[in-house]
Structures are given as C-alpha cells and as structure tokens.
Design a protein around this ligand. Sequence first.
Ligand SMILES: [Zn+2]
Length: 329
Amino acid sequence: MTLIPNYKTMRWKNRRESRNVEDRRGEAIPGGYSRRGMGIAGGLGVGRIIFSVFRRASGKMKMVMIGAVIAAMVFFGFDPLSALGMGGGAGGGGIFGSSGKTEQVGTAPDADDEYGPFLRSVIGMNEDFWAKELPKYDIRYRPAQVRIYSIGTKMDDGSVADARMGPFYLPAENRIYIDPTFFEQMRDEFNIKGEFARAYVMSHEYGHHIQHILGRTTALHSKHGKISKTEYNQESVRLELHADFLAGILAHHDDKNFDSLDRADILSAMACAKAIGDDMLQKRAGQRINSDHFTHGTAEQRARWFMRGYTNGKLEEGEQIYTMDYNRL
Ligand SMILES: [Zn+2]
C-alpha cells in the first residue's frame, strides 16, 4: 500500500485474456457521424443534428429530450451507464438510426494500444470468477460477448451503437459495447484516473450480464408500462445498485485470489461510482435534484453498494437490494 495514490496500481498484466472480445476499432462507421471535439470531419449524421438542437434547448426541453433518449434506451434494452453525464450531454445518435452510408473510419488502435489487452484481461477476470461462482448456486454460467469499437458500430439488429451513449450492456445480444475513449472522458471531464475505475465500469456492465442470467433484467422489462414511471425508475435503481454490488464482489475475490488491488484502486472506483451518481449528474447538468428521475442511484448509494460487495464478497448478500424498503437502499 502506498500513501501517495499511484493511479496505475491495478495489477492486471499477465492475466488471462478473454477470447470473447471482438475489436472493431478502425472499421468503417455506418452513417458517418462525427465525434465532437475529436477533430474528425464528418457529414451531418443524425446524431450530430440532434446534438446541435440539444445545445440550443432550454433546461426543461433538455430534460424532455434526455427522457426520450432514456425511454428509447430502456425500450431497446440498453444500459446507459452514464449517457447523460459523459459525452457532454449529447443525445444518442445511434438509437435514431443512420443514413446507412459508410463515410468514415473509426480510430484504429495505436501500436502501443493498451485498451485492447486491458479490456480482454478485465473481461477474463470476470469470466474466470463468475464461471466458478454461479455453479455454487446451481446457476449455469454463460460468458458475455464484448464489442470494442470506435465512434460507432452496427449492432446485430442493424441499429448503430454510438460512443456518446457510454458503455452499455445489450441483453438481446448478451453483449457489452464499449468505445474505450470513454475512459479518456472519465479522466478529462470527471478527473477519474486509475485503471481500476475503468475495471469497475466494465465489471458493472458484466454485472448486468450476470443479472440477465439471473433473470433480473427480464423481470424489470416485463414491468414496463405496468407500473408508474417513478416506480419503474426505482426498480431500475435497484438493478443498477446491484450491478455496482456485483462489481464489488468481483473486486473482493480478484484481490483475494490474485492480490490485484491496492487502496488507491478502491478509492478510484469509489470516486467513479460517486461521479456517475444520478444526483451528481443532475447537478452537473444544472438541474435541480429530482429523485423521481433517478435511474441509477445517488453518488452515496452507488459507492456504498460497491463497497459492500467489495468488503463482503457474498453474492446472496445482494439479494436484499430487491426487497429492501426503497428509502433505505
Ligand atoms: Zn448499469
């Protein structure tokens, strides 16, 4: 342990790399839209048009538009980890489809690219742990697929994943989508450093895959339209806090078995969980804090449930998230 946090402390090198990670960086991007601030000249893709409307919109209008994006994401089964806060508050272009033209190429990985090996290692850690853990509860494990892409990529149903949506899990494909430049946004816009904060993000998404295996995702989707919006949001908060808890469990066991983490790593994950709490994102967007709109939990709740998973390490301990009084979560 070190007193001065060394933000590269997570020990992940030389770990087994997953074979379920497909790297699509550098491929042609469907629709040809551009990434803001990345210096990529682009045609007027759908995402871009929505973004420019968004910038001129009033606060209330923004809320309506964010609501529409989230509703579409929920409808399509996306998990927007932090689509609101990351990417400068842009609406997701991908979910609105694309022109179908292929005009640009995503950024191919550099020769010294570390994202590929890092992501394959972190997914490998999740695979190794959950493949052993779930059978202890008589649950059959199946691995998640992961697609690394740059800017945009086609999903199996023909629609387009957009980097501005942030990393997400798509239950219909059993797949996590990630544009790793998201990690640079975490660093530049939220001052979140540390490789383990990144691993926490990926393990949170992997947690959604575990929830899908456990039937939790389908259970939530089946309630859509049958309960009030506020109640649905509360159910979503439970699912998200559980995903944070599952990321904590992974950290507990990985550290125990491989001595992979230091205190600075845990602090960086906590800082990340806090930064993407709903209250923090609303504050950042200049909105008044409205708990009815929470879908992921507050900064304090997210950090606390991650920490509970990390200190406790027991899968069954997380079940109470679904039964506890909502106000005590
Ligand atoms: Zn999530």
